[in-house]
Ligand binder design. Structure first.
Ligand code: FES
Length: 266
């Protein structure tokens, strides 16, 4: 039996017959996810500079409480005074939970953060296999419920992108159609997040994967085909949408602070 057939465990951590740069991918995953977690946590606690003109940061959308003029339910209520006044803290559990339990990310951060195992045919630093059939990892099965919420968020972010087309005239207060760089940033973010969400393994199962004879239902067959097409690039869209949502927040934030000027195309 070759060394490739034998999983290395426990004290064999790090020992492998592999001579290639197997550690590069888990390292990049670790750095990419760490960067996002640090930035998102920092941005979520700021509680300001999340609006610039018609642009709303995706970290703060939907704005349930906050600005008395723009938030769905008005100013930050007194019964929430035990929390820092930041609308992001009320909503980020949904997209955060969706990503945390995503099938792709699970595979990625199991390798990158707790080396389980760090890569194929590379030993892991423990003797027992901790599968997803027992607590706490059995909670990962909640992913399909996060999916329903994530689909609602896609609609909301698409509306935000539409709203980013309407600029208020400072003199008259009237809104008129326009396109700025921020409009393109919010549109790109909504499209990438939709491609990521609609390629979800759970959605593919929901629309057709659970049927025995999907060919008998042409509509579901087509939906399954589309979800499968996006699913084949799920890793790509997972990373692109992760960085697009971070960049969209940064863009709105820096425009709001006056550090960046939004270029108007139309
Ligand atoms: Fe990745 Fe559902 S499997 S979003």
């Amino acid at each position: 039996m070759s060394s490739i057939d034998v999983p290395l465990r426990g004290s064999q951590f790090g020992r492998t017959s592999r001579r290639d740069l197997w550690w590069v991918q888990p390292l990049l995953t670790f750095l990419g996810l760490s960067l996002f977690i640090v930035y998102a946590t920092w941005a979520a606690f700021q509680g300001d500079h999340y609006r610039a003109g018609p642009y709303l940061s995706p970290f703060y959308s939907p704005e349930l409480f906050g600005s008395p003029e723009d938030a769905w339910f008005g100013a930050w209520p007194r019964w929430l005074s035990f929390l820092p006044a930041s609308g992001a803290l009320l909503i980020l559990w949904a997209p955060g939970g969706f990503r945390l339990t995503c099938y792709y990310y699970r595979g990625a951060y199991y390798k990158a953060f707790w080396a389980d195992p760090p890569s194929c045919t590379v030993g892991e630093p423990r003797k027992t296999y901790r599968g997803e059939r027992s607590f706490p990892l059995i909670l990962q099965n909640i992913h399909r419920f996060f999916l329903y919420v994530a689909l609602i968020f896609i609609v909301i972010l698409a509306f935000d992108a539409w709203h980013a087309l309407w600029f208020a005239d400072p003199a008259t207060g009237q809104t008129h159609f326009g396109i700025g760089i921020g409009t393109l940033v919010l549109f790109a973010n909504a499209v990438l997040l939709a491609c990521y969400t609609l390629g979800c393994h759970s959605l593919r199962h929901l629309v057709g994967g659970r049927l025995d004879e999907i060919s008998k239902s042409p509509l579901r067959s087509k939906a399954y085909e589309c979800a499968g097409c996006l699913n084949r690039r799920h890793m790509l869209f997972a990373w692109m949408s992760l960085f697009s949502v971070m960049f969209a927040d940064l863009y709105v934030r820096l425009c709001s602070m006056g550090t960046w000027s939004d270029w108007r195309i139309l």
